[in-house]
Design a protein around this ligand. Structure first.
Ligand SMILES: [Zn+2]
Ligand SMILES: [Zn+2]
Length: 353
């Protein structure tokens, strides 16, 4: 037993209110091989094998860098995993800050408790930089070997707090610039961009969704042979032979949820994403609709849906299922029946019991 800690929590985007389901490894608290892995969730104390004072050591725990002078040894703000940060659908670059309460004695002696997960504008909100420690891997450039990297960490640790905060801001800026550049190089991928109403509350915003219609791993293109990627907007028509829609086959990683599909079009229900409408309905999936005519198909629109069970996918014709597609077996056992395939997708795509 023993591994790096994981955490999970939810927080709203500070600008548009979309909910984000967050989680990952903290990598901050050293692994303890005599204890089960710690899973930090709000309000649940987890055991530590060191005191809060130990956390003031510099450098601490691998590549972490202390940013500000500690205010109290009992409250700790961490900025984890800069490489995993992403912008909200509204465009806000999001920085995730974890707040822990540390207890050296008393009822929760020797524990750390995740008490809050906050999302802040990574480049404009001072709270993104007002943290005790940050993931240093992106703050200190790699210099070719571990010794030189650790020397860089020590040098930065010895500099004044405002210099450390400025370096952190520069690292956040560089990360979001890198993401922006990657987003503009969409070769080979297929996106849909559309006004997407939340099916729970009707709130409608333009959103962009990355599909699995094409990808770099050699999957058959979902739309038709020769489709190499691009952005579909309401009204975008793809000409070609869609005769495969009439046969009981899967296509790429998309699993057929019913057969036959309607003659005049089809509906695809994406997997649950780690984001949901500000109304609080829950984490949503993107539902995409296509119309069909004899010469091709037309993307007609999309919406956001919370899938909780079978009834919520009853109008769906296809769903991505990397383990369940007959066209892309991937080495996994194939479902024996369509019913089994749908059950499997409910557990994996939509995490329904
Ligand atoms: Zn937002
Ligand atoms: Zn809503």
């Amino acid at each position: 037993m023993g591994a790096y800690d994981t955490y999970s929590g939810t927080a709203p985007c500070p600008v548009c209110g979309d909910w984000h389901w967050l989680g990952g490894q903290t990598t901050f608290f050293e692994p303890h091989f005599d204890l089960p892995p710690r899973w930090f969730r709000a309000g649940e104390p987890q055991p530590l094998q060191f005191t809060p004072d130990d956390l003031l050591r510099e450098p601490w725990s691998g590549s972490w860098i202390r940013i500000r002078t500690p205010r109290t040894p009992e409250i700790l703000h961490l900025l984890p995993d800069i490489d995993g940060m992403y912008p909200c659908a509204c465009g806000t670059p999001l920085a995730e800050v974890l707040r822990f309460r540390l207890r050296p004695d008393g009822a929760d002696a020797g524990t750390a408790t995740l008490v809050h997960v906050g999302l802040y504008h990574a480049l404009a909100d001072p709270r993104a930089l007002d943290v005790d420690a940050a993931d240093g891997e992106q703050v200190v450039p790699w210099r070719g070997n571990l010794e030189a990297f650790e020397q860089g960490l020590r040098e930065l640790a010895a500099s004044p707090p405002d210099v450390r905060a400025a370096r952190l801001h520069a690292a956040l800026t560089a990360h979001f610039q890198k993401l922006e550049a990657a987003r503009n190089a969409t070769d080979g991928f297929t996106f849909v961009t559309a006004p997407m109403p939340c099916e729970a509350c009707g709130d409608t915003r333009e959103r962009t969704h990355l599909t699995h219609f094409t990808g770099p791993d050699g999957r058959a293109p979902f739309l038709r042979d020769g489709w190499t990627g691009g952005t579909l907007r309401p009204g975008t028509r793809v000409e070609g032979d869609f005769g495969w829609l009439d046969e009981d086959v899967d296509r790429g990683i998309y699993v057929r949820l019913r057969h036959p599909v309607p003659a005049d079009g089809f509906t695809i229900i994406g997997a649950r994403e780690n984001v949901g409408c500000r109304c609080g309905a829950g984490a949503t999936s993107v539902v995409m609709r296509f119309a069909r005519d004899p010469g091709g198909v037309t993307f007609t629109g999309a919406s956001l849906r919370v899938v909780r069970g079978r009834a919520d996918v009853a109008d769906g014709d296809f769903a991505p299922g990397s383990h369940g597609s007959r066209d892309f077996p991937n080495g996994f056992p194939q479902p024996a029946t369509r019913d089994e395939a749908v059950q499997s997708l409910l557990r994996t795509n939509w995490r329904c019991p």
